[in-house]
Design a binder for this molecule. Sequence first.
Ligand code: SAM
Length: 307
Amino acid sequence: MTQDIEQTQLTHPTIKDGWFREISDSSFPGQALALKVDRILDIVKSPFQDILVFKSTDYGNVLVLDGIIQLTERDEFAYQEMITHLPLMSHPNPKRVLIIGGGDGGVIREALKHKDVEKIVLVEIDETVIRLSKEYLPHMSSGFDDKRVEVHLGDGFKYLENLQAAESSNKFDVIITDSSDPEGPAVAFFQKTYFTLLSNALSDSNGIVITQASENVWLDINKLRELKSCISEVFPVVNCSYCMVPTYTSGQLGLMIASKNKEANLKTPTRSLPRKMENELFRYYNKEMHKSSFVLPNWAANFLGEE
Ligand code: SAM
């Protein structure tokens, strides 16, 4: 629970000498990212993870789960827009969207920009993340009260198992896995069984899924290749994209997108908006960014089998 001491006296093991340090020997050995702290806003030990929210001097409010940066107010839009609009602009007519994770509300905010989307279901295991986002990240959590949004508190993996078991007709056109990294509660999202559940939860052969790949080509590219081959056992088309986010380690995050349609070309948007509208709706995404996000350096493209 939040330490019941004055906010000014809050302390956290990742913050020393006024700097937050993101260090993970498993995910990015030998390197770390530091952000200067203005003040700690909240610390909660939830049943699922350690949650830290602090106000940084230069990146706005920051959400940290188990010591790993999830987002900062300054650069979150890059990730939220790409993980949302890459699949939604690749689908011919998306009506129902499922978000696994995403308790900060950023993907909901972006999905709501698509007026033809009729239903957005979010499945988040930790209600504390939603509560803290509403309190400290108002620009991200603005969409939770929209009438098209339905929030389920629970494990995303179990939600998909129940959907399959119920042979529910309530399937989805696009499924976005906006989870934390493959440690803690999100570990199941990086295994083949999960992608089989995703495939079964898609409404038809136009169905598209995307997941935050937790890695990028400069970190452990082997893990990216393993994830791509795991998804390829279930989906006929799988491509690796990425977005530039200064506060994700190495300044970028890989995204893995897949389609049930073996003819799908995910690297070019199926739908696009006039430039003026793109500028009004998005700060990062546009049709050129869509295409260029799949362009990788030679060594990475060869290693990942991306022509
Ligand atoms: N943008 C971030 C990233 O790329 O790392 C992800 C942000 S979002 C805060 C991650 C969310 O996934 C968290 O709110 C976490 O509670 C949720 N989550 C983790 N495991 C989950 C599970 N098994 N079922 C549902 N939500 C889960």
